[in-house]
Design a protein around this ligand. Structure first.
Ligand code: PEP
Ligand code: MN
Length: 344
């Protein structure tokens, strides 16, 4: 819908706009109101170049788009009929939980194996473990390829599928070849479109590979978040979970600004499962349980929680924000109650 700055377009302006939309296979339909005329674009109005050219005209105020900019992720898309099953849970049918360490310590694999067993015992469906870490400070531990072997060994020992963050194409290949089932895209790479494309393409003949896409670290608007997912789907992989993980901090005390409340908005626009990460959102272990329960109350399909057998021995975020397995176990029970209440 084209909105001119004045009450209507004069004939020359209308001719110019019509010529542009015609180049893109569309037509203009004026909608004449008592005080203002607006102009519908009839046809596929999603072409960015067409929109940019019209919005660049100095007599145009703006274009309001009616069609969704993300055709695959849109709640009305045929993909909405699909269901994602991971670790024995079909998302949307039962509360889904990813849990484990922020970071695997390659020098002390024993901690991760103990954590892995404890995650299974607590009721997690997927084991998380950071192999490669996006760190703000280039001098802090950046991860280690050796940790991938530890992650996969923990998967074999527990029978749990695993989730790990990939930051570059090489990681995608290594992770998929090793058998990682959930590729995590971190908040810092959430708008790295070449990585998103690579992840979409990498599914190849492995339909079980899914993606946990975090919300970008700035206050990413919903359309930007869903459009990032659209890249992954458009390049071949529709097994996508959207992960609000807190956004630009606005409160003294929370690591990021909790954003589990965007869950109902996401659900209105897209069919994708929403798996909230309360750990990075609030960034402190003692706040994690209530943030997790809030996420379930808001309609989340699942949770991604950092937990460590002994957080004080952890590296990365673990000492600060990992909850212990016994806290996790209790939290999962309570979250299931919230889940049932929400659906009652
Ligand atoms: C993580 O999951 O450990 C992580 C670094 O998350 P985020 O990308 O949300 O900061
Ligand atoms: Mn972390």
């Amino acid at each position: 819908m084209i909105l001119p700055k004045s009450s209507h377009l004069n004939p020359e302006q209308l001719a110019e706009v019509t010529a542009i939309v015609t180049e893109f296979g569309c037509k203009i339909q004026p909608i004449i109101g008592a005080v203002r005329t607006i102009y519908a674009i009839v046809g596929d109005e999603r072409d960015e170049l067409m929109i940019n050219r019209i919005e660049g005209l100095d007599y145009i105020d703006r274009i309001d788009r009616i069609q969704s900019p993300f055709k695959l992720m849109d709640v009305r898309s045929d993909l909405a009929n699909g269901r994602l099953t991971i670790g024995g849970v079909t998302l949307g049918e039962d509360l889904f939980v990813i849990a484990g360490q922020c970071t695997i310590d390659p020098k002390n694999p024993g901690y991760f194996y103990e954590t892995a067993a404890a995650m299974k015992e607590a009721g997690a469906h997927v084991l998380r473990g950071g192999v490669w870490k996006p760190r703000t400070n280039p001098y802090t531990f950046q991860g280690d390829n050796k940790s991938l072997d530890i992650l996969m060994e923990a998967s074999r020992r527990t029978g749990l599928p695993v989730d790990t963050e990939v930051m570059e194409e090489e990681h995608v290949k290594l992770a998929i070849d090793a058998g990682v089932q959930v590729l995590q895209v971190g908040a810092r790479n959430a708008l790295n479109y070449s990585l998103l494309r690579a992840i979409g393409r990498a599914i190849g003949n492995r339909p079980q590979v899914s993606v946990l896409l975090k919300r970008s670290i700035h206050m990413g608007p919903l359309n930007e978040f869903i459009s990032a997912a659209e890249y992954i789907a458009a390049f071949g992989n529709p097994n996508i979970m959207l992960c609000p993980r807190g956004t630009t901090p606005t409160l003294d005390g929370y690591r990021n600004h909790p954003d589990e409340s965007i869950t109902p908005l996401l659900k209105e626009k897209t069919w994708a499962a929403v798996v909230v990460d309360p750990s990075h959102s609030v960034g402190k272990a003692s706040y994690v349980p209530s943030a997790a329960l809030a996420a379930v109350a808001y309609g989340a399909d699942g949770l991604c929680i950092e937990s460590h057998i002994d957080p004080t021995k952890g590296i990365g975020d673990d000492p600060r924000q990992s909850i212990t397995p016994d806290v996790l176990k209790k939290l999962i029970c309570q979250a299931r109650e919230f889940w049932r209440l929400r659906r009652a």
